[in-house]
Design a protein around this ligand. Structure first.
Ligand SMILES: Nc1ncnc2c1ncn2[C@@H]1O[C@H](COP(=O)(O)OP(=O)(O)OP(=O)(O)O)[C@@H](O)[C@H]1O
Length: 256
């Protein structure tokens, strides 16, 4: 069951990235990157290892500051805001390495994501939040309701990904950045996560970095290929997949 958009979400976010540049010391990692994620769009970002995808995500989410260029969400400039201020403006993100509080229970993690995430919330038994309708609905939606008392460490990798997604959605993002959501998942876990992502309301725009090209081709309306820190091309999945430049730079590499 998908969350009810009219209750949970506002309209999808419009991301505009303009002229982003980033170097680490003398190594140029991103060179004048321009692209957009339109409201409600499912946008995939692919590229070989080291192409600059994570750096670009970190610049959009605020974990890194660009040397030049800007990031706007729904016309508001985010470039110089902190990660937390970007979250408050509707930007949600998952990480390649999970950011869950693994020694805590699933319930406690969900409660933390509903509150302000500060320590005092952790001192409250999470059971008190059981009457919180939003928490129980999302636990059910992500098939976590049977696991509320389990410590996150004991969950499968696939369930941890589901939990992470449930938690980031509590912040009601208008734009969600998913960083390699399928990494380390079994084919079955991957299919389940794909189904969950597909069910997300169109009021949330998505930007997905993923090495699993089949998953990206299947889930996304538009795909951007990043190559050596530059945008190689951007377009519908069928066009990008048959682009000879892309096949040379990326898909050929992936087949090798
Ligand atoms: N903090 C850093 N300091 C120095 N170099 C870095 C730093 N972060 C990334 N790099 C370099 O920037 C380049 C791009 O890295 P990035 O992680 O953005 O690529 P990626 O496309 O996400 O790769 P992957 O698919 O392997 O995650 C790489 O050469 C990497 O070594």
């Amino acid at each position: 069951m998908a969350l009810r958009p009219e209750e949970q979400y506002t309209e999808g976010g419009h991301l505009e990235v303009s002229g982003l540049k980033k170097a680490f010391k003398s190594a140029r990692v991103l060179e004048n990157v321009n692209f957009e994620v339109k409201p409600g769009e499912r946008h995939g970002m692919i590229g070989v290892n080291g192409a600059g995808k994570s750096t670009l995500f970190n610049l959009i989410a605020g974990d890194l500051k660009p040397d030049e260029g800007s990031v706007h969400l729904d016309g508001e400039e985010l470039t110089h805001l902190s990660v937390q201020d970007r979250v408050l403006r509707g930007l949600g993100r998952t990480y390649q390495v999970s950011s869950l509080a693994k020694p805590l229970t699933v319930g406690a993690n969900l409660v933390l994501s509903l509150g302000d995430g500060r320590l005092p919330s952790m001192l409250q038994p999470w059971h008190r939040a059981l009457d919180n309708q939003a928490l129980m609905e999302s636990a059910k939606q992500f098939e976590l309701d049977e696991w509320l008392d389990e410590t996150v460490d004991n969950l499968s990798h696939g369930m941890q990904r589901q939990l992470e997604l449930a938690m980031v959605l509590h912040r009601k993002p208008r734009l969600l950045l998913l960083d390699e959501p399928a990494a380390g998942l079994s084919p079955r876990e991957r299919d389940r996560l794909s189904a969950t992502i597909r069910e997300l309301p169109s009021e949330i725009s998505l930007l997905i970095i993923e090495h699993d090209v089949d998953m990206v081709l299947d889930l996304c309306d538009r795909i951007t290929v990043l190559h050596q820190g530059c945008i190689l091309t951007s377009g519908p999945p069928s066009v990008v997949a048959s682009d000879p430049q892309v096949r040379d730079a990326y898909l050929g590499y992936a087949d090798a």
